[in-house]
Design a protein around this ligand. Structure first.
Ligand SMILES: Cc1ncc(COP(=O)(O)O)c(C=O)c1O
Length: 430
């Protein structure tokens, strides 16, 4: 970890040039000597590179956490940035020092725009995907006689949210049910196409489902919506930071995401992309001070006082992703997933919900672990094998969910598969 700013350092900074020294100290120019370098040679150089990626995180090397769909660790650089910027404000909460942070927020907006291949004018910095999705369902003029078309496999923030607001505003929600196993992109394009009526105003779906990791045909569905004069909301909670998302290509009207999932950013920061062509359709849900400085953020993002440290840390997370390489991250997570799927295929009694076709999945895998109790199994895996995954309760495709990311290794996947094999063979009371 970077050494915290000491009282002496702080005094020295002021002695060097007063608050100007702080103001002239942009985040991107500061080096953190304690963060290990990425191995030279990049992803092409193999496991040595990925080991150096793992060293960017503070997780102990013997703990295998494969739960990216829920929460990713922040990298060292993100933690250091968060600590430094938080401390800076508390050391000096003066207007002068805080003023330094406002341009930083705009730098994060620019970084997000570049990352998603859109313009800063279309980026809103929110708290998380839930907030982003709800800013859309709260902000559109929808009324009795209108229909919103949702995918039944959406997260509550993009499913229950619509159903609850339908009660208030009078519009109807029509659901395209999920099918398991993933029936292929054409099935969903056809199913959504058939469900559209002259009353449909918006389709809302998830890029990569959090339930069983079905990859939805985002570009095709957004195009279908556009061709039929309908808005599209693409929930990117499970694609931002995992897939090399290109919104210029997908062209949704709205796209949402969270920093704390696959991007490995700080918690309580997220993004909402609002396509220029849809901005005049969306009312702000919050009116307050401290809006953004450009484009739609000037009227839509007056959310009151914020934690700029978190936003600056989000930018740091995007920087790490770019340094590692976004295509390489996607390939790595997919390769680990394929290894996991191959391992599960050889385990007797395991029923896998996730598609065996790599083009219909990415890095979220759900399965039933034979007759073993999923909760007890997850506990055993964590306590005895130091492998952290999550359970899926309820009746809908229940079991265990594993979501490996670029900080995981093939050896960790092997450890999970071999522990599963042992428990399936000998039970949990070993
Ligand atoms: C598809 C999807 N959408 C939205 C969310 C909500 O994300 P957050 O809790 O970061 O708002 C999740 C969380 O798992 C998700 O998987």
């Amino acid at each position: 970890m970077a050494a915290p700013v000491s009282r002496r350092d702080f005094t020295r900074l002021f002695a060097l040039g007063g608050s100007a020294a702080l103001l002239a100290d942009p985040v991107w120019a500061r080096q953190n000597p304690s963060t290990p370098a990425l191995a030279p040679g990049g992803p092409a150089s193999g496991e040595a590179f990925w080991t150096s990626v793992r060293q960017q995180f503070v997780m102990p090397s013997d703990l295998a956490v494969m739960n990216a769909a829920n929460l990713c660790p922040s990298s060292r650089a993100v933690l250091d940035t968060l600590t430094r910027e938080t401390r800076s404000v508390d050391l000096d909460p003066s207007p002068a020092n805080r003023a330094r942070l406002y341009p930083e927020k705009e730098n994060t907006r620019k970084a997000l725009a570049e990352f998603l291949r859109v313009t800063p004018d279309e980026i809103i910095i929110t708290r998380n995907t839930s907030e982003s999705n709800n800013l859309v369902s709260n902000g559109l003029d929808l009324e009795a006689g209108d229909e919103v078309l949702v995918h039944g496999d959406n997260h509550p923030s993009n499913l229950n949210a619509w159903r609850e607001k339908a009660k208030r505003f009078g519009f109807a929600v029509v659901t395209v049910d999920q099918k398991n196993p993933h029936p292929g992109p054409d099935y969903y394009v056809d199913a959504f196409g058939r469900a559209i009526t002259p009353r449909t105003r918006l389709i809302a779906f998830t890029h990569l489902t959090s339930t069983v990791g079905d990859l939805m045909p985002a570009r095709e569905l957004c195009r279908l919506a556009r061709d039929r004069g309908i808005l599209s909301l693409l929930d990117g909670a499970q694609s931002l930071g995992l897939l090399d998302v290109n919104l210029a290509d997908i062209q949704p009207d709205f796209y949402s995401g969270s920093a704390h999932k696959w991007p490995c950013g700080a918690r309580e920061c997220g993004v909402l992309f609002v396509n220029k062509t849809a901005q005049d359709r969306l009312w702000p849900s919050i009116y307050s001070a401290y809006p953004g400085a450009v484009g739609f953020s000037r009227t839509f993002e007056g959310f009151g006082q914020r934690d700029e440290a978190t936003m600056i840390a989000f930018r740091e997370a995007l920087t790490l992703q770019t340094k590692v390489g976004r295509a390489a991250i996607e390939q790595r997570a997919r390769a680990l997933t394929t290894k996991l799927m191959d391992g599960l295929a050889n385990l007797p009694g395991v029923k896998v919900w996730t598609s065996p076709d790599p083009s219909r999945r990415a890095a979220v895998v759900s399965f039933v672990p034979g007759t073993l109790n999923a909760n007890a199994l997850a506990t055993a895996l964590y306590e005895r094998d130091k492998v952290a995954i999550t359970t899926r309760g309820g009746q809908d495709r229940p079991g265990l969910r594993v979501s490996p990311h670029f900080y995981n290794s093939p050896a960790e996947v092997d450890r999970l598969v071999s522990a599963l094999a042992t428990y399936l063979k000998s039970g949990l009371s070993l």
